[in-house]
Design a protein around this ligand. Structure first.
Ligand code: ZN
Length: 195
């Protein structure tokens, strides 16, 4: 017993909780709908809302959402993500590359999600509501991409629930406005993370 206690003092607790680092690279965006450019204050709001959304999505699961750029799983928000698999090379909401057993990297497109929050804004939405919707869209795409990193083989896009994180498109109003939940992937995440 004493030997076990000594061995564990080195950090047994740490090794059992996975960590996902989530952070923003420098980004810019402007639109007439929000009276010009996103400000530093807007970006602070967007990041806070996005982080809260991502944290909420994984609440109750043994994974910590941090800002660490050397975490096992890394999700970064960048200016733009282009689908290199397609000849058209068009913009997408996010992409993920996982290295089984080692972790993985995701990128989330600020441009795609800011444009989406504006495009799907209900009539009469305030500037503040749109800024918060940008953060929600980013956080929800981050949750979707992190699910891909954790479950690289799982067919999460099979979810047809338009209010689910797994749904295969951020080009829908529900990705930015109203509540969102897990559908089929939640038990898979439970199993993966408690392994
Ligand atoms: Zn996906």
């Amino acid at each position: 017993m004493a030997v076990l206690a000594v061995l564990c003092a080195g950090g047994c607790g740490r090794s059992h909780t996975l960590e996902a680092g989530f952070w923003f690279e420098p980004v810019t965006f402007q639109s007439k709908v929000i009276d010009g450019a996103v400000t530093a204050a807007d970006l602070a709001t967007i990041e806070a809302v996005a982080r809260a959304e991502l944290t909420q999505a994984f609440r109750g699961l043994p994974i910590v959402i941090s800002t660490r750029r050397d975490a096992t799983f890394r999700v970064r928000v960048v200016q733009e993500v282009r689908d290199r698999r397609m000849r058209g090379n068009w913009g997408v909401a996010g992409e993920s590359f996982s290295m089984p057993g080692l972790g993985g990297n995701s990128a989330v497109s600020f441009l795609f999600l800011a444009s989406g929050a504006i495009g799907y804004a209900p009539a009469g939405a305030s500037r503040r509501e749109i800024i918060e919707a940008i953060g929600r869209g980013i956080g929800r795409t981050a949750a979707h991409e992190l699910a891909h990193l954790l479950l690289p083989q799982a067919p999460i896009h099979d979810s047809k629930d338009i209010r689910s994180y797994e749904f295969d498109s951020a080009a829908r109003r529900e990705h930015y406005y109203g509540e969102m939940h897990w559908a089929l992937a939640r038990p898979w995440l439970e199993e993966r993370l408690r392994r």
